[in-house]
Design a protein around this ligand. Structure first.
Ligand code: TYD
Length: 241
């Protein structure tokens, strides 16, 4: 049964871990799963990812908005829609809400413009459920930096084995080094989005242990699957923005 699940959150929130755990568990129980990340998961998406993640390539906020949404336009039409039509479960590590939170609330671009760009890029494809891993930015950033330092201590072979992208992504990352106030705005933006559309969002405390969060995610997905027909519309529903 087709289902579109996205994970959102600030830097170091642990959402990538949760997306991976969910995708793995779904596969283990026999479901067909596409595990995607944004930006990425297409040729153009991966190319743009290198640009976007690297801190040493400056660009205007408007250009940033268009690059993220360009990556999404490709992903939706080439990967997400076909997978949903094929009855797969799509697990996406970030989606259009990241653009609203980061480029809209974080960068301060007009929300109406961000909404319009998202609307065009998403082409009517909106998640059935979005998990927000919420936490205080200073705590999450400290955790992210501690993890990064840990990675730095490993040798190159280890990193390669882990598929760790930081080296190729160009060292310091665009958003991790942004001022704390930026991350506070991103968090507030996410919480606002969750408040505006409570039927789609599930807000989880990112400070909990990963195992505990994974169980909450699993329970929710099971509930969603049990709800008849939850998904068949995922490919055609109008965006909730
Ligand atoms: P990523 O490695 O996915 O970061 P994280 O590990 O925090 O998920 O890198 C993506 C970065 O791009 C992340 O800092 C959030 C940002 N971003 C936006 O600003 N707008 C967007 O639309 C998307 C998808 C990501």
């Amino acid at each position: 049964m087709a289902l579109f699940i996205s994970f959102e959150g600030g830097e170091g929130s642990g959402k990538s871990t949760q997306a991976a755990l969910l995708a793995e568990r779904l596969r283990e129980t026999g479901r067909r799963v596409s595990h995607l990340r944004e930006p990425g998961s297409t040729g153009l998406g991966n190319y743009l990812r290198h640009w976007l993640k690297s801190n040493d390539r400056s660009m205007t906020h408007e250009a940033e908005l268009f690059l993220f949404t360009a990556a999404r336009a490709e992903l939706v039409r080439r990967v997400v829609k076909p997978a949903l039509r094929d009855g797969e479960i799509v697990v996406c590590d970030r989606y259009a809400d990241s653009t609203t939170a980061y480029q809209g609330y974080g960068r301060g671009l007009p929300l109406a413009a961000v909404r319009a760009a998202n609307h065009l890029a998403a082409g009517g494809v909106w998640p059935d459920v979005t998990f927000l891993l919420d936490g205080a930015p200073h705590a999450l950033l400290m955790r992210a930096r501690a993890q990064a330092a840990l990675y730095d201590e490993r040798d190159a072979a280890d990193r390669e084995r882990d598929g760790w992208q930081r080296a190729q992504d160009g060292g310091e990352e665009r958003f991790e080094r942004a001022p704390l106030a930026f991350h506070e705005r991103v968090r507030a933006g996410y919480l606002r989005l969750a408040e505006e559309e409570p039927e789609r969002w599930r807000v989880l405390d990112a400070a909990q242990g990963a195992g505990l969060i994974a169980e909450q995610v699993w329970d929710e997905v099971a509930r969603l699957e049990a709800r008849a027909g939850a998904a068949s519309v995922a490919g055609e529903r109008l965006p909730g923005m």
